[in-house]
Design a protein around this ligand. Sequence first.
Ligand SMILES: Cc1cc2nc3c(=O)[nH]c(=O)nc-3n(C[C@H](O)[C@H](O)[C@H](O)COP(=O)(O)O)c2cc1C
Length: 344
Amino acid sequence: MENQREIRKNEHVKLALAQNTAPMSDFDRIHFVHHAIPNINKDEVSLLSTFSDFKLTKALYINAMTGGSNWTLEINQKLARIAKEVGVPMAVGSMHAALNNKEVMPSYKVVRQENPDGVIWANVSADASLEEAKCAVDMIKANALQIHVNAPQELVMPEGSRKFKHWQQVISEIVQGIDVPVIVKEVGFGMSYETIVDLIHCGVAYVDVSGKGGTNFASIENERRQHKDMSYMQDWGQSTAVSLLEARNLNTRIHILASGGIRHPLDAIKALRLGAEGVGMSRNVLQVVQEDGVDAAIDYLNAFHEQMQKIMTLLSVKDITSLRQSPIVIDEYLKSWIQQRQLY
Ligand SMILES: Cc1cc2nc3c(=O)[nH]c(=O)nc-3n(C[C@H](O)[C@H](O)[C@H](O)COP(=O)(O)O)c2cc1C
């Protein structure tokens, strides 16, 4: 018999797969300058991203999604095979299901079983105790821990939490008490300059801005509401591009990862150009694996990486450090965002 949390996890997967990706993205408001004669060859390009405790050979990772039910065990098993084959880190979904019910632990442990030497990230909410966070990390021998912050999702979710003012305290305690790196991530609503400053004060060194533009948990939770009466919240939040602009002048003090609405390799390259040190994808990988299978998802991610290298070739940049110097032109909307926020 499935409990409410297991049912919710399955519903999230079904509703996320049913969502249409927004055709327009703030990444489309950012343009690289084309130079007609590249001065490097593609085989010189590396997307290796090393920062502090992390080494992302392809600058990509599969971001948190699931676990907590029989169906999602199968999905996690497939995602782990893909991560192993492609050589990218993978985060599991929120592990509270297993912290509350040992029976569903295999749906998370399967990821470590499939990929014994891979880089795997655990995931808990900002309601987790230090003990729970440690337990989650131990369960899958995780290399890092993600703490997700998802206030809009909770507030639209019929059975969601309504209490948030303890979150910063919880995050500080976990960061201080755990012996793996902690990444604080959004779930698709983005982050502001002020949020990142708060996180720095909590001792956080790694942030995934996970912005608006891809999976939309305001819409997903609205679908789960009896009267579907909070659809007006679907545009809430900052896009990933805007979140990266918000974070830009903090980059020397905190490591920024980008996810949320990464539609194709050019979006990923733009995210790296704006200061991200790694780029995560959730729904797109889920969609390919569920529709076309594990091999197709491996091909998808390998092609994604290769196309990122092609774009870097066109820009004549051999690595991410050089990419950050590539000239860009940004459209009026983003310029006015920066001006009104007076960020730099
Ligand atoms: C089906 C599904 C379940 C998710 N569950 C979690 C979760 O348990 N914990 C979490 O931190 N993020 C979760 N996310 C959010 C993703 O990690 C990511 O932040 C968000 O989907 C934006 O990326 P995308 O546009 O590439 O999907 C989930 C996403 C999807 C699609």
